[in-house]
Design a protein around this ligand. Structure first.
Ligand code: LLP
Length: 462
């Protein structure tokens, strides 16, 4: 458990988490009993200062590193990790822009007062309505993902008499990240346009790569302004070398496009994906180190290619909001189950589950949990924390040592759920989605209220 020291020895807990001498845990000065009494459980609890600290750390590290090599950088907070109006405001107040991946995320960023030019719109299949909203709001960049989309954005921009600022999302063949489903730069997946040229019957490269074809198409259309090239290589990346390889590949593509067309694009985005600690002992990616490594690599690549450095941008989501969040649950039942190997596993059921955190079921993601409402001297037992859904894969924490006296009514917290918890939540079994509660300076406030059964019934036309 954290001592609250920035730095950050307490990971995977947020900086504001500390265990008092009586064993009760506080988040930013608010104890978990008070949180549970005021907001109920399950609840997503967000440590606002931790979010802001991480946002600042990423912005400062990248700005410093890129300025040192004579370039500049914009940091976009990837809203898909968690976007609420308040969260978008925090990002903006900390000098970040906002990356959105749908009309819904775009609407939240705009509601928060993020100016259109500071918003990016992603998505591999944006609807006309989403593109139109982006154009009408003067969104700073629309990241196009296919040739169909190039034509679609051009048509809609032309109809409105505007020039759409676009980036082309390319895939560099760099695979990175913790799990195949979250590694978005494989060639055999739906995102982006490959920089690899197609092969002819003789196995030799034949014709332009899909990425080059799309870039040429954008350059040729007067309704589009080619801002730059975008590459996102995956998520939960703990080895920063992938960013360097991808950034070099993108700079190379940029130089080839310039040689073909005379257009040297101004911006290169190297995406998000910076890994965090989920378990005690995990070591998160250090923003300063990765920023320096990438800046040095792109400086060297640009020098080799003889091209000036572009402006850069990055899109961290998980690394900003993941560690800032925890989920607070109440234990309902405790059941020992005898395993074939003679061990006993204690199944601890909480009042949420795969509807508030699908990541263990979807990616076999590993989490940690602790009893946070009291101290215990009981011998630890091998436990599995499960939810209340009608599904045996409804696992919150696969394996964790919990005090042997864990019992009904205990408050249990799972750290590092700030990213892709609420944003991927569902109503499976018609559970209502938990509130998002922000905590700061000894006080809590609701950012997104708890759903009610009436909310669900209101959608059902009968
Ligand atoms: N930019 C782009 C274009 C992305 O596709 C993503 C994530 C990000 C930025 C932010 O990546 P981050 O910094 O948060 O790793 N649901 C999965 C993660 C999917 C990520 C998809 N793209 C999970 O729960 O692990």
């Amino acid at each position: 458990m954290s001592t609250g020291v920035p730095g950050h020895p307490g990971e995977p807990w947020s900086r504001g988490v500390r265990r008092r001498e009586d064993g009760v845990v506080e988040v930013a000065g608010v104890d978990v009993h008070r949180l549970a009494a005021e907001h109920g459980t399950p609840a997503y609890v967000l440590d606002e200062d931790d979010f802001r600290t991480r946002a600042r750390a990423y912005r400062t590290a990248f700005e410093t590193a890129f300025r040192a090599v004579g370039s500049d950088v914009d940091v976009y907070y990837a809203g898909k990790a968690l976007l609420t109006v308040a969260v978008a405001r925090w990002a903006r107040e900390e000098g970040l822009r906002v990356d959105t991946a749908s009309g819904g995320e775009l609407a939240v960023a705009l509601r928060a007062g993020v100016p259109g030019p500071q918003i990016g719109l992603h998505g591999n299949n944006k609807s006309d309505a989403e593109i139109v909203r982006a154009l009408d709001e003067g969104v700073g960049r629309i990241i196009v993902d296919s040739l169909v989309e190039v034509a679609r954005v051009a048509r809609l921009a032309g109809e409105r008499g505007v020039v759409a600022p676009v980036m082309v999302r390319v895939t560099t063949g760099v695979h990175a990240g913790g799990h195949e489903y979250i590694s978005t730069a494989h060639e055999d997946q739906k995102f982006g346009l490959s920089i690899a040229a197609p092969r002819g019957a003789d196995g030799e490269p034949a014709g332009d790569s899909p990425a080059m074809t799309a870039l040429l198409d954008v350059v040729a259309r007067p309704e589009l302004h080619l801002l730059g090239i975008h590459s996102h290589i995956g998520s939960q990346i703990l080895d920063p070398s992938g960013f360097e390889v991808a950034a070099r590949a993108v700079l190379d593509l940029r130089a080839r496009l310039a040689a073909r067309t005379g257009v040297l694009v101004d911006e290169v985005d190297v995406g998000g994906g910076y890994g965090i600690a989920y378990l005690p002992g995990d070591v998160a990616l250090d923003p300063e180190r990765v920023a320096k490594d990438v800046a040095r690599a792109v400086e060297a690549a640009a020098a080799e290619l003889g091209t000036p450095l572009p402006r850069f941008s990055i899109e961290p989501g998980r690394a900003i909001v993941g560690p800032a969040g925890l989920t607070l649950y109440t234990v309902g039942t405790v059941k020992p189950v005898a395993l074939d190997d003679g061990r006993v596993r204690t199944y601890v059921s909480v009042d949420g589950g795969m509807s508030d955190n699908i990541r263990p079921a979807l990616y076999e993601a590993q989490y940690h949990a602790e009893v946070v409402g009291r101290a215990s001297d009981a011998e630890p037992v091998l436990a599995r924390v499960v939810g209340k859904h009608c599904e045996s894969g409804d696992i919150v924490v696969h394996e964790v040592l919990l005090p042997g006296d864990v019992r009904s009514g205990d408050l249990l917290a799972v750290p590092a759920t700030g990213a892709y918890g609420r944003s991927m939540a569902s109503n499976y079994n018609l559970l209502t989605r938990p509130p998002v509660v922000a905590v700061r300076d000894g006080a809590s406030r609701v950012l997104v209220r708890r759903e009610t059964v009436d909310d669900l019934l209101a959608l059902d036309e009968g």
